[in-house]
Design a protein around this ligand. Structure first.
Ligand SMILES: Nc1ncnc2c1ncn2[C@@H]1O[C@H](COP(=O)(O)OP(=O)(O)OP(=O)(O)O)[C@@H](O)[C@H]1O
Ligand SMILES: [Mg+2]
Length: 476
């Protein structure tokens, strides 16, 4: 079971089959709604049933401060086999999202093994080298975000540089802006920055997706509101700025925030204080702000769809996440990792791996992860060839060249993935042009950044671009 498919009605109905299952099948179970409030505690969680009843409707943190319910709600992904200290005892627990029509509407947390001797026996059957075992221990040290910077995988220089910059940014109190194409891992880096700042503490990590929340609700989601502030505000509610306390707030997809909200956000960032909608009390902002986007805010600010002053305010610490095609050497490692996560293995011919490394990966690591997941299901025990890769990855692309580029070229991977067949070597001129194009793409057209990535001066980059243009004109 990776998710429990259940209607909202069934989730909120008490005394039915769901409650009976939770009572009978597990040592303890907790059911929470989409606000992380307790809906149900299985029988026997406490010896006093009144104590159980008193907790219903309360935030789950009142009972359990360690299990990552928030993370499961946010990501819709199960967190299984967590070794935790709950109710004063060590136990293995798993959290599963409750899903209705594609939306995560709650979480069920179950404790599988409470008896420490059973736990010890379980551990003795797992080898110390086993990555799942190491994962269990890493999970124990997790913070609210569920991520550490080490979860952002890759050994390429671009990734090492990014992890180091993120670590330094975490030490600062300035706002941080994460820029990267879709699927490049902005949520991992944001969570990792929080993890770096607050490892070992219970500082909150709160996220908000500015695209997902309708414009008219975003203000009260961020600032909170007082009772009666607007029609429908029947209760006072804390906003995300306040919920983030002294932890961190991730403003995801910030490029989709309306200009009006951008002004309000800028005011909060400058004054480090805010008021609830309909309220008069000034509340200090203590949380760290991390914003993320896959849009080019600089261009947007020139087009006046993003406030330039907010952009400059946010970009004090700007981190660029490289697209996967700019760090092709990490592909084998990522494939291995995603296979390991699913407990499977893929058999790829060297030519298939070369094809994967040539591919342009518009969906970046997310696309690679999904592909690995699909192949583990469809190609279990089958040798995956270059043909398989090309068939699969040209679907939806206009042409082979668009997907794989010309001429076919392997970047040469390390370790067990070595041995790509000889590809036609490209001239230095071609390679230089490609490197410049990659760098400009990575820097989203920002030439100063592209020059820095290439390790050359800005003037040298301009000279190269002029030379390429001259050549192109000569050829036409
Ligand atoms: N460097 C990485 N190491 C491990 N997993 C990664 C890495 N980058 C991305 N992923 C995985 O790819 C998927 C997408 O990552 P994430 O949601 O952080 O992307 P994103 O940059 O926020 O994309 P979007 O702009 O579409 O929201 C996740 O499953 C994540 O675990
Ligand atoms: Mg994202």
């Amino acid at each position: 079971m990776e998710a429990l498919q259940l209607s909202r009605e069934a989730l909120h109905q008490r005394g039915g089959l769901l409650d009976q299952m939770l009572d009978k099948l597990f040592d303890n179970a907790i059911l929470v709604d989409d606000q992380c409030r307790i809906l149900y505690l299985s029988k026997g969680t406490f010896s006093d049933p009144e104590q159980e009843a008193a907790l219903v409707g309360k935030p789950v943190r009142a009972l359990d401060r360690v299990s990552p319910f928030d993370l499961v709600l946010r990501t819709g992904r199960a967190q299984t086999d967590l070794v935790l200290e709950l109710f004063g005892r060590r136990c293995v627990s798993s959290l599963y999202p409750v899903v209705d029509g594609g939306y995560t509407i709650g979480v069920v947390g179950v404790i599988m093994v409470r008896n420490p001797n059973r736990l010890k026996r379980l551990f003795s059957t797992i080898s110390k080298e086993d990555s799942a075992f190491q994962g269990l221990y890493r999970d124990m040290a997790r913070t609210e975000s569920g991520y550490g910077l080490e979860d952002y995988l890759g050994e390429s220089p671009l990734v090492a540089d990014l992890r180091e910059k993120a670590r330094r940014a975490a030490e600062s109190e300035e706002s941080i802006l994460l820029i990267g194409e879709t699927g490049t891992g902005k949520e991992i880096i944001a969570g990792g920055i929080h993890g770096e700042r607050h490892r070992g503490s219970a500082a909150p990590y709160v996220t908000i997706n500015c695209t997902a929340i309708p414009e008219n609700l975003l203000e009260s989601e961020l600032f909170g509101h007082e009772k009666g502030a607007f029609t429908g505000a029947t209760e006072a509610k804390m906003g995300k700025f306040q919920l983030a306390g002294a932890g961190d707030l991730l403003l995801d997809e910030i490029g989709d925030m309306s200009l009006q909200m951008q002004s309000k956000l800028l005011r909060v960032l400058e004054s480090r204080a805010f008021e609830r909608v309909g309220g008069h009390t000034i509340i200090p902002l203590n949380a760290g702000i991390i914003a993320a986007t896959n849009q080019n805010l600089l261009v947007m600010s020139e087009q006046r769809t993003f406030r330039a002053d907010l952009y400059y305010r946010l970009s004090a610490l700007e981190l660029h996440l490289p697209p996967l095609r700019a760090r092709r050497e990490d592909i084998p490692l990522l494939i291995d990792h995603f296979c390991g996560q699913k407990g499977g293995k893929l058999r790829l011919t060297p030519a298939a791996l070369c094809a994967l490394q040539r591919y342009s990966w518009p969906g970046n690591v997310r696309q690679l992860k999904n592909l690995v997941g699909r192949w583990l299901v469809f190609y279990d025990g089958v040798q995956i060839t270059e043909g398989h890769v090309e068939d699969e990855l040209t679907i939806g692309q206009r042409s082979y060249n668009e997907a794989f580029g010309v001429p076919p070229q392997c970047s040469g991977a390390a370790g067990m993935w070595n041995g790509c067949g000889p590809a036609r070597p490209r001239s230095l001129e071609e390679q230089e042009r490609q490197a410049v194009e990659d760098a400009l793409e990575y820097a989203q057209g920002n030439r100063a950044l592209a020059a820095r990535v290439l390790g050359i001066s800005r003037t040298a980059l301009y000279q190269k671009l002029e030379r390429f243009q001259r050549k192109r004109q000569e050829m036409t």
